[in-house]
Design a protein around this ligand. Structure first.
Ligand SMILES: [Zn+2]
Length: 475
């Protein structure tokens, strides 16, 4: 395999070799469903969708697991505020996340486990940690169980920190905790929390800590050693550090590669609840076509910060429009000619070398997009020069590249329900003008036919005449 990926654990770009030839297992930290999805959630899910699509294009069989954290302090707090059952609130937000992921063409995970459906596996992992001497039940009988961070010599290896330098963990409930860095594996039930948010265990009634959830779910679905663990940069510490420590301490080999995606800034500022500058999924999807939103969210390198500011969606719209106009023009020019090619199953065969190189080099999406636009440019030049061979090659290349990036505008995914009532109304008006222009031309009233063309042009609409039809497009 020629793919290389930046592994956060070794802090180096490593050649990617799957554990089992031809198969790749990926675990992604999914959302804690306590509120609405924002742009950061979408970007994180999307960059791993790009990775998954690239691995699939390279012939890998990918198993992607993305969990849902449906039990958490915040879920309980927010449910108290709204007066809902905590599980009803969690499910309501889970649906919002799925709606947003779906709108952006993010392929659903192979498996999407909810934390509350893997409690036995979490308790099993906790028992193994206690048996190995790396975890302890609080001696005050509170039912809290903690991971003994100072017992695990490699604690801090993922984020390259020494335990002495770390901040103490902010456990809401420090009852029976021995050291400041110890973190909760099992949280004792507290009075005031609903009965339904607690489970029986040998330590007493409680619920799982966040970190143990992901360790248990990852190995439940992917085995004790798997290929890739991914998530946002904000999850590296303490969440991923703790996942790694407890899984290794329990004897699992866990993830072979750790990938972290960069966060989203808003106009150069970190997005945060306290600043009130959060961009929610619904805001984005209201401001532009989902296809353009996807283009924008997937346009930066996955490890860089993606900045959201005025105009970014317009830029994405124009970039997509250039691609769409070319596909449209090329398809019409090639229709019925011997040059027209069908895009087969083997996408790799028609990809430009620059695109393959970019994707293989730690998913250098900006360079991959440059390859798309380069093919669009040469294809357009081919149309202008009547070099239909070039047009045909460029067309299949653009279709294959956009398919891999999940932005193929011809995919039925994007066109389903695409025509809005406004589109239909506009098409009716323009078709009437085209018919009038054709009639004027037939009667050699060129002043009138030119006037109609100019009128449309002034409105930003271009006409292109083919042998027996006229096509219109918005500039
Ligand atoms: Zn996680």
């Amino acid at each position: 395999m020629t793919l290389s990926l930046y592994d956060s654990r070794t802090q180096s770009v490593r050649a990617f070799e799957p554990l089992v030839s031809g198969q790749v297992g990926i675990y992604l930290c999914g959302p804690t469903v306590q509120g609405l999805p924002h742009v950061g959630h979408l970007r994180s899910a999307l960059v791993y969708d790009q990775l998954r699509r690239w691995l699939s294009a390279k012939g890998m069989q990918v198993t992607l697991v993305r969990n849902v954290t449906d039990i958490d302090d915040k879920v309980l707090e927010n449910a108290k505020i709204t007066g809902e059952q905590w599980w009803a609130l969690a499910y309501r937000y889970e649906l919002e996340f799925n709606k947003a992921y779906g709108a952006l063409g993010i392929t659903p995970p192979t498996y999407e486990p909810r934390a509350t459906a893997a409690i036995p596996e979490m308790l099993d992992l906790i028992a193994r940690l206690i048996a190995a001497g790396y975890a302890y039940a609080a001696e005050d009988g509170s039912a809290n169980v903690y991971f003994a961070a100072n017992k695990w010599a490699k604690y801090g290896e993922l984020t390259n920190q020494r335990i002495e330098d770390m901040e103490s963990t902010e456990d809401a409930d420090p009852r029976g905790k021995r050291h400041p860095q110890d973190f909760a594996l099992w949280k004792a039930h507290k009075s005031g929390e609903p009965e339904s948010a607690s489970w029986n265990s040998v330590y007493g009634v409680g619920r799982p800590g966040w970190h143990i959830e992901c360790s248990a779910m990852a190995t439940k679905y992917l085995g004790s050693k798997f290929d890739i663990h991914g998530g946002g940069l904000d999850l590296r510490f303490p969440h991923h550090e703790n996942e790694l420590a407890q899984s290794l301490a329990a004897g699992d080999e866990f993830a072979n590669y750790w990938l972290h995606n960069g966060l989203v800034n808003v106009a150069g500022q970190k997005m945060s609840k306290s600043l009130g500058n959060s961009i929610f999924a619904a805001d984005l999807l209201d401001s532009a076509r989902p296809l353009a939103v996807r283009y924008y969210l997937g346009s930066a390198h996955y490890r860089s910060v993606l900045d959201y500011h005025e105009g970014v969606l317009d830029e994405a719209e124009s970039a997509m429009a250039r691609i769409e106009t070319f596909i449209d023009r090329a398809s019409r020019r090639l229709a019925g000619t011997r040059f027209l090619k069908q895009l087969g199953e083997d996408l790799l065969a028609v990809l430009p070398a620059a695109f393959i190189k970019a994707m293989d080099e730690d998913l250098a999406i900006p360079s991959a997009l440059a390859a798309v636009h380069e093919s669009v440019r040469s294809g357009n030049a081919g149309i202008d020069n009547e070099d239909l061979e070039v047009v045909a090659d460029s067309l299949v290349a653009v279709l294959a590249m956009t398919q891999i990036l999940g932005i193929d505008p011809t995919s039925s995914y994007w066109s389903a329900g695409k025509s809005s009532e406004q589109d239909v109304a506009m098409d009716a008006l323009i078709q009437a003008l085209i018919a009038e222009r054709n009639a004027a031309r037939a009667s050699k009233d060129f002043a009138r036919s030119d006037a109609i063309r100019d009128q449309l042009k002034a409105a930003g609409i271009t006409l292109e005449d083919a042998a027996d039809s006229t096509h219109w497009s918005v500039n």
